[in-house]
Design a protein around this ligand. Structure first.
Ligand code: NOJ
Length: 758
């Protein structure tokens, strides 16, 4: 009996301790939310168990170099002080720190490991501006899938891509990272990029969270000077700048990044209008917002916040969930809460957004990287795809008397120029992890095609900015001994990208002089420009027989360019951005509004034609520059081919549509040349009269189609009235009236039709 009572006693004790334990375990006794989706329920359950410090920890992201050392980082993770780490990579390192988060921190919340994987991880694709020139969302999506497979194999499950800032300014170094000037093209590519990065199933270990950046307006930095102020009217914001972000949100982008810029007087990381009203409330974005590096504290320099406490307050109120690499949240949120300046729900919502991303990625189930994933790096199929993307991105700008393609049987070529054999430069900006050793340069690829003995190589200039002409004589002599001159120039990678804006966007160094010398030799001169921005290359276009714009084409730029030079395929890329004659013409974008005094060829008075002693006269009184005229160097959508295409038979399924209807617009396109090739067929419209002035043209559709030699394809576009909607300063409207429509090969050519909206 005593034994029995002793046993009962010990059961009672056990029960008592169990109860105390359950009460002490925060939230453990709370009822689980069962009427939500599983992720919501798990988030709520976990949130209910978190202390305020753990919550603030989730809202903080750190770069290990700021942690005070590896042991300090480990301790902080163990204490739940970080929700995410950026720039930590490598299987062992990631697994080690993740193990601490999962097994040694109180709640075992896995870390989100982030990194900039902008256009490839180890297999480097062309810079995004180059990829945009392919006008091929399918290959772009695959490029980003490959990037995700490679980076996730090293533990990265969050990338700060896609960068989808529209810009009108080639001086801005970050033009390289985006999709160019057009909201429609950029939106289709933003969708492709997000889908590629995130894959079909978020919990797959190769799925990576995308981050649409930089929200928003950063591409409008005044004078193209990085981080500069931006002023954007609401119609331009909504009709242009926000479009690709909306597309990224609709494609399911899990995260957004608030930018560095001050937009109409309010910094992006403290901007309630863009973050709370537009992103969250109008668009219903449920994901997480991270601030760009230090942009929360930078609100102090902007003169928008007096101190870090106010910066934390403003950012949190605006809707920044996680702070990147500054620590105003860690230092101030608790106090702000205590003072009643913010309420608990604001913090909880931010943490909820962060945890949701982690649950959606399956990090709680599979926090670790599998070591065998490493095999996925630089897989030959990936490299083949990089070659294809680089090929489709290159734009043929000039081809006088069919100077290209060259016969692979040619006896000798002179390969000259600072970028002919510059493995790092061809990778372009923003590739932390790409390795120059993996790049195949044009020189290597050309030698591969022709045999090394037929290639006479000299750089002529050692790097793109070089002004030392010591090698000019040798370069000229080698050129004289060769049948054809191939010049590879442009910009070093470091001249574009973050913080790398230029005032003048000419070909740097003595490159123009070298090209001038080479052009005097009476040999075919082919110039390939490899650059991170659209350069003002008027001189090159004048002096060279053929020009290919290859951008910074990535790891496989060399073989891709050789494929085009020797005619394995025709160039097929088209410009995603207007090329200007010089910096003074900026901004120049094809969808500008009309002036009251539009210029024409007849009305332009070129500066040199003005008599020296000129009596006051009108000089036309039209909208042009005396020196540049009124047209750009090359228009948006432009790109030549080795073959020719004939556009005919524009047809409209109806002459009018209702404000909820649609019409089909079609044309036939015939390959009238001598080679199978792809053509990028573009659909533009113009809304002739609006409640606010409307752009002279707007891209509303495009298709890249392979057309065999001699064949004709019928191309049809469906134009919904919804596609004609725009924000007029007060609301979104589809306004009745007359519209022009064009189907053509660029923004300045095409078959014309018209229709009305009732
Ligand atoms: C600053 C850049 O603006 C942003 O694009 C990038 O993702 C972060 N740094 C992290 O490296």
């Amino acid at each position: 009996m005593t034994k029995y009572f002793n046993k009962m006693e010990s059961y009672k004790h056990a029960l008592k301790y169990c109860l105390i334990f359950l009460i002490l375990l925060p939230g453990a006794c709370r009822e689980k939310v069962v009427d939500n989706s599983p992720v919501d329920a798990r988030v709520s359950q976990l949130l209910s168990r978190m202390t305020i410090d753990e919550k603030i920890g989730q809202m903080s992201q750190i770069d290990p170099s700021f942690a005070g050392g590896p042991e300090q980082l480990k301790k902080a993770v163990r204490d739940g002080r970080y929700g995410s780490i950026l720039n930590l990579f490598g299987i062992e390192k990631v697994n080690e720190i993740q193990k601490i988060a999962v097994e040694e921190s109180r709640l075992g919340i896995p870390l989100l490991i982030g990194r900039d994987v902008i256009h490839g991880y180890r297999t480097i694709f062309p810079i995004p501006l180059g990829m945009a020139a392919s006008w091929n969302p399918e290959i772009v999506k695959k490029a980003y899938r490959i990037s995700a497979i490679e980076c996730s194999s090293q533990g990265i499950r969050w990338t700060f891509a896609p960068m989808i800032d529209i810009t009108w300014d080639p001086r801005w170094g970050r033009i390289a990272e985006g999709c160019g000037e057009d909201p429609f093209l950029a939106s289709t590519l933003a969708k492709a990029m997000v889908e590629g990065i995130q894959g079909d199933n978020l919990t797959d270990p190769t799925s990576v969270a995308a981050c649409a950046k930089h929200y928003v307006g950063y591409g409008f930095s005044e004078a193209g000077r990085d981080y500069n102020t931006t002023y954007i009217s609401e119609p331009v914001l909504r009709n242009v700048v926000l479009k690709p972000f909306k597309a990224a949100k609709d494609a399911g982008a899990l995260t957004f990044m608030s930018g560095f810029n001050d937009l109409n007087g309010v910094p992006a990381s403290g901007n309630e209008f863009t973050l709370r009203q537009i992103l969250r409330s109008e668009w219903g974005f449920k994901g997480m917002v991270v601030s760009d590096w230090g942009s929360v504290t930078e609100m102090i320099s902007h003169g928008f916040c007096a101190n870090e406490k106010e910066a934390a307050f403003r950012a949190l109120k605006a809707g920044v969930d996680m702070e990147m690499s500054s620590f105003t949240y860690a230092g101030n949120i608790k106090q702000l809460l205590k003072e009643g300046k913010i309420d608990q729900e604001l913090i909880d919502q931010a943490v909820r957004n962060i945890l949701t991303v982690k649950f959606k990625l399956g990090l709680f189930e599979n926090p670790y990287v599998q070591p065998d994933a490493q095999k996925q790096i630089l897989n030959p199929d990936f490299l083949e795809h990089a070659r294809k993307v680089a090929r489709e991105s290159a734009v043929l700008m000039k081809n006088k008397e069919k100077a290209l393609p060259l016969s692979p049987k040619i006896h000798s070529v002179a390969v000259i120029g600072p970028l002919a054999d510059s493995p790092r430069d061809q990778m372009g900006t923003w590739c932390f992890d790409g390795q120059a050793d993996n790049s195949v340069t044009p020189l290597t690829a050309i030698k591969e095609v022709l045999g090394a003995d037929k290639v006479n190589f000299i750089k002529g200039l050692q790097y793109s900015r070089d002004i030392n002409k010591a090698e000019f004589a040798k370069a000229i002599s080698l050129a004289k001994q060769s049948d054809v001159i191939l010049y590879f120039g442009g910009e070093e990678w470091i001249l574009s990208g973050e913080g790398q804006s230029r005032g003048e966007i000419n070909l740097p160094g003595a490159q123009d002089e070298l090209i001038n010398e080479l052009s005097k030799l009476g040999k075919p001169l082919i110039v390939v420009v490899m650059a991170g921005r659209p350069l003002a290359i008027g001189n090159v276009l004048e002096k060279a027989d053929a020009v290919i714009y290859g951008w910074h084409g990535g790891t496989m730029a060399g073989p891709a360019l050789a494929d085009l030079i020797f005619g394995k395929e025709s160039p097929s890329g088209k410009l995603p951005v207007t090329f200007v004659k010089g910096s003074g013409q900026i901004p120049f974008y094809y969808y500008h509004n009309n002036t009251g005094r539009p210029a024409s060829a007849k009305s332009w008075t070129p500066m040199d034609s003005i008599p020296v002693v000129n009596p006051q006269s009108s000089l036309g009184y039209k909208s042009f520059h005396l020196d540049y005229g009124f047209t750009p160097l090359l228009p948006f959508g432009f790109g030549l081919s080795y073959t020719t295409f004939k556009y005919a038979d524009l047809k409209l399924s109806a002459m009018s549509m209702s404000a909820s209807g649609s019409i089909n617009v079609s044309a036939s396109v015939t390959n009238t040349g001598e080679m199978d090739a792809d053509e990028i067929i573009q659909l533009y419209i113009r809304d002739r009269v609006g409640s606010i002035t409307r752009p002279v043209k707007e891209l509303k559709g495009y298709k890249r189609i392979s057309i065999s030699q001699g064949k004709t394809v019928e191309v049809e576009f469906k134009l919904d009235a919804k596609d004609l909607e725009f924000f007029n300063g007060k609301e979104n409207v589809i306004e009745p009236g007359e519209f022009d429509v064009w189907i053509g090969p660029s923004s300045v050519e095409g078959l014309h039709g018209e229709f009305t909206v009732q």
